[in-house]
Design a binder for this molecule. Structure first.
Ligand code: HXC
Ligand code: NAP
Length: 294
């Protein structure tokens, strides 16, 4: 007889909150990329707790979808078209946010870029684009928030959304993995530099959280693993509210002494390695690419 495999229990349903109602009342929370997927889920949990939400991203359809989700929760929302690669657009977005709700006291650097590509096929511009959005964009947003709070002498909290290949490397995603490693490291530098000024900086790493907004490239990559639950030690993938709860906790008054930390929400999936991993399949073969041609 074998031991029962029950996996990690499911979380409470969407709509439940651990923090007290109104925890973020009167607080403007600036979330990049909150029109889709995990950013929308994170913004929704802040909204449930009374925050006014600022959504910054490029595409009007994403901004509209995010705004609709936040309004449906009865919270206030402002959308700002902003490409986080452009510092002056970030400044304008923070100006608009401040005019509407007051200075944002929480920044969630959630926006990122990613697509699978063998390193040898990656163009210089493909590398630059992913690093520019995922790492440089997060720094530019953090800098904007930090300078405003330093000047005003007010406290703030930054949550950077990372990825576990920051530690392991990410074959097939070399650009994103390097950028996320940079983001984790940036978290640690800024937490020390800005702690004396009341600014807390943490990183939040999602495990596998499939969602309908995932880009076609990422979806295709995941389709290679049909039974995703069975591949996780938890025997299930993440539910979006679980990430939102972690983000709201990190930015809440109950986590004020946590800074420079990276919190992984992945049911222990990234530690699942051994010296006898499955046989090596090259990234080219995984992606059905033929032999490399210069
Ligand atoms: C190879 C690619 C490519 C692909 C784009 N490029 N897609 N190269 N394979 N699939 C190259 C282009 O050819 C170009 O290089 C360069 O990248 C820039 O492409 P553009 O289309 O001009 O860029 P832009 O319009 O700025 O769009 C950025 C983008 C796009 C990253 C390419 O996909 C995007 O906007 N993504 C945002 C959403 C996203 O990526 N979400 C994923 C987050 S999930 P050349 O040399 O031709 O000029 C995540 C973790 C998931 O991060 C974890 C896994 C489970
Ligand atoms: P997603 O739905 O593709 O979201 C990415 C968001 O970033 C989009 O809303 C996009 O909005 C925004 N964005 C991209 N480029 C931008 C730019 N230049 N300026 C402003 N906004 C930009 O992906 P997701 O799955 O929700 O991922 C959210 C975060 O979680 C990312 O940091 C990702 O790396 C991380 N993550 C996700 C998973 C997962 O399983 N889903 C796992 C590990 C880590 P616009 O297109 O409107 O600009």
């Amino acid at each position: 007889m074998t031991q029962n495999r029950i996996g990690l229990p499911p979380p409470p349903p969407v709509g439940t909150t651990a923090l007290a109602p109104g925890t973020f009342a009167g607080t403007a929370v600036f979330v990049t990329g909150a029109g889709t997927g995990l950013g929308k889920a994170i913004a929704s949990e802040f909204a449930r707790l009374g925050a006014a939400i600022v959504i910054a991203s490029r595409k009007p359809e994403h901004l509209a979808a995010g705004a609709e989700a936040i309004r449906a929760l009865g919270a206030e929302v402002l959308t700002v078209a902003c490409d986080i690669r452009e510092p002056e657009q970030i400044t304008a977005a923070f100006d608009a946010a401040t005019e509407r709700f007051g200075r944002p006291a929480v920044l969630v650097n959630n926006a990122a870029a990613n697509f699978p590509v063998p390193a040898e096929d990656m163009s210089p511009n493909a590398w630059r684009t992913v690093v520019d959005i995922t790492l440089n964009g997060a720094f530019f947003c953090s800098r904007e928030l930090g300078r405003r709070h330093l000047a005003a002498g007010t406290p703030a909290s930054i949550v950077n959304v990372g990825a576990s290949y920051a530690w392991t490397g990410g074959p097939g995603f070399a650009h994103s993995a390097a950028a996320k490693a940079g983001l984790k490291n940036l978290t640690e530098s800024l937490a020390v530099e800005w702690g004396p000024y009341g600014i807390q900086v943490n990183c939040l790493v999602p495990g596998l959280f499939p969602h309908e907004d995932m880009t076609a490239d990422i979806q295709d990559n995941l389709e290679r693993t049909h039974d995703k639950d069975a591949c996780q030690p938890a025997l299930r993938v993440g539910q979006r509210q679980e990430l939102g709860w972690a983000a709201t906790f990190l930015a809440s008054p109950f986590a004020r002494f946590i800074s420079g930390h990276t919190l992984v929400v992945d049911g222990a999936n990234w530690q699942r390695r051994s010296l006898t991993n499955p046989p090596v399949v090259t990234i080219r073969d995984q992606m059905n690419r033929g032999p490399f041609e210069a």
